[in-house]
Design a binder for this molecule. Structure first.
Ligand code: SAM
Length: 300
């Protein structure tokens, strides 16, 4: 995988505005803890199963790796990020290979240094790139190296993940934990009056893998009434669209993977859903474990 490059580039049109809306996320807050606990607990169970299959080589693929440290409001490191917590797992065995993707140069360097200092013996790559490029590279790698299995953690702030990148994983040995920005991302682009700009439609299409007409059909009702002055069309946004976006994403994942877990809901202080966090796999045992690790004991 480190040798596999793609020429793929991302159009960011339409994504930047939604991203701005997302930057109020409490990065060091309980969401982070909940996600980390789920992924780390899942990784332990995953490695326990893999330890019984000595011919299988394991990859931990982290598409939005961060710096490895989580900082408090004063900018000081307060706890280890998911990447470092995953690297700390040694029992029953560590992963054979770690692949961390991080777009931000400073985060990438910090993580690299942390790994050099604390886990010098590990086969770990930290790559500065867009996660979408490397998801495709991961798919290529797994296609060519059939003894490898990957546990993948995809943890974006916003609508950075292209549906085509997820689709590339079809039929491969990947267990994919993905944070889906339903409330903070997609739902904010689905404007109440249905008057969505081309850029926002493009962002929705790219993220959901649906075209404009399919998106409209899912999330809007159009009613035409005939008045004295001709036909008038009223556009009404469906109710509970955040939940429907979560259902839709799970349905889409179900077209790529055999099994999709229940969603773990990340909510804000107003009890509104911000993200759906879910796991997709081709492995029946995997989805059972995923559903166990997201049980209410993990909720704040
Ligand atoms: C939510 S943080 C990751 C936290 C990390 N997963 C953890 O649990 O410790 C998201 C990270 O993704 C990086 N990032 C943003 N867009 C990216 C992209 N398109 N590809 C890869 N990394 C990206 C950001 O610089 C940031 O460090």
């Amino acid at each position: 995988m480190p040798h596999v490059e793609t020429s793929f580039t991302i159009s960011r049109e339409g994504l930047d505005l939604s991203k701005q809306l997302l930057m109020d996320q409490q990065f060091g807050g309980s969401w982070t803890d909940q996600k980390m606990r789920i992924v780390v607990d899942y990784a332990r169970a995953y490695l326990t199963i893999m330890a019984t299959l000595p011919w299988v080589k394991t990859i931990y693929f982290d598409g939005f790796a961060g710096s490895g440290v989580i900082k408090g409001e004063d900018g000081e490191a307060v706890k280890k990020g998911t990447a470092l917590q995953i690297l700390e797992i040694t029992s029953p065995k560590p992963f054979d290979l770690y692949y961390f993707v991080e777009l931000n140069e400073a985060h990438k360097c910090t993580l690299e240094n942390q790994i050099k200092e604390n886990h010098p013996g590990r086969k770990a790559y930290v790559i500065k790139d867009d996660c979408n490029n490397k998801l495709k590279a991961l798919a290529d790698y797994l296609t060519k190296n059939r003894t490898y299995r990957a546990l993948s953690f995809i943890d974006p702030y916003g609508m950075d993940v292209k549906w085509s990148s997820i689709e590339a994983l079809k039929g491969l040995g990947v267990d994919l934990w993905i944070l889906v920005p339903t409330g903070v991302g997609a739902n904010r682009l689905l404007k109440v009056d249905g008057n969505i700009s081309d850029g926002w439609y493009k962002a929705l299409e790219t993220c959901l893998g649906l075209n404009r007409a399919e998106i409209d059909k899912r999330f809007y009702r159009r009613t035409t009434t005939h008045t004295l002055f001709g036909a008038e069309t009223t556009v009404t946004k469906e109710k509970e669209t955040v939940q429907k976006l979560g259902d839709l994403y799970a349905e889409r994942l179900g077209e790529v993977f055999k099994y999709v877990s229940e969603p773990f809901l990340l909510k804000n202080s107003m009890n509104s859903i911000m993200y759906h966090f879910m796991m997709a796999t081709n492995n029946a045992a995997g989805v059972k474990i995923a559903n166990d690790v997201i049980k209410p004991k993990y909720e704040a």
